[in-house]
Write a protein that binds this ligand. Structure first.
Ligand SMILES: [Zn+2]
Ligand SMILES: [Zn+2]
Length: 246
């Protein structure tokens, strides 16, 4: 029988620092919190320039100066890029994304003007799948962005994109928990790998995913599809992604 301890995520690959002004902790504080909770690989992914409170693009250009490891925690410096339209266009081009080691692509209402029908949102996600620099689809449970779950999630898998299970969305976004029951049941059915991320905007939230864990237990979700628990995948990912700077 798997225990609660088995669910402690070892990678938290979607978090925000004070560089996004609605987040409240520094890189050092986030890393210290990661070490405390058992996270071995931490992704710093402040918002792309499409968000009203995003850092200047120079924020991403200067990642090279930061330590690759703090207190035993490896770091990936990336972005939560905004999907800006129904074609999957991101708010950072290939050149800008090349500074990032880890790219989460997410829809946010503040960044789009199109009519958010399931057909158009689905088309947008398919477009994102064509971008080789995107690693993971962020919080696909947002009620404001309905899409055709089954075909799109299968498409993401074929394109090699990970699907995120986002603790903050489950906690704070209306309708996300209900949508999540459907989304991750489909992931289970088609063996689509997922990552659990906190999307922490404060250090005290890093590495803690109680709502997501409860949801996955309810679905009897296979642990092998949760890459955030997989030491080998995490080590490989850290190594592969960090090479971009060498
Ligand atoms: Zn987001
Ligand atoms: Zn976020």
């Amino acid at each position: 029988m798997k225990t609660v301890q088995d669910f402690q995520i070892l990678a938290d690959l979607h978090t925000h620092t004070v560089a996004s002004t609605h987040a409240y902790s520094t890189v050092n504080e986030m890393a210290a919190a990661a070490a405390e909770t058992g996270v071995r690989l931490l992704g710093i992914t402040d918002h792309g320039p499409g968000s009203p409170d995003a850092p200047h693009l120079w924020h991403f250009h200067n990642y090279k100066i930061l330590p690759r490891e703090i207190g035993g925690v490896k770091l990936l410096y990336g972005v939560e890029a905004n999907i800006m339209d129904e074609h999957g266009t991101l708010d950072m081009d290939e050149h800008e994304l090349s500074f990032c080691e880890w790219v989460v692509a997410s829809y946010h209402t503040s960044c789009v003007t199109f009519d958010r029908t399931p057909a158009l949102v689905s088309q947008g996600y398919r477009g994102v799948c064509e971008n080789p620099l995107v690693d993971v689809i962020g919080h696909p449970t947002t009620a404001m962005f309905p899409f055709d779950y089954e075909p799109v999630l299968k498409y993401c898998k074929e394109a090699g994109k990970l699907i995120e299970l986002n603790e903050s969305s489950l906690q704070w976004k209306k309708g996300a928990l209900e949508n999540a029951k459907t989304v991750y049941a489909i992931c289970k059915k088609y063996e689509i790998p997922i990552v659990l991320n906190t999307d922490a905007h404060y250090a005290g939230l890093v590495g803690r995913t109680p709502i997501a864990e409860q949801l996955l237990r309810g679905l009897d979700f296979p642990l092998r599809l949760i890459y955030s628990l997989d030491r080998d995948w995490i080590a490989e990912t850290a190594e592969k992604k960090r090479k971009r700077y060498l």
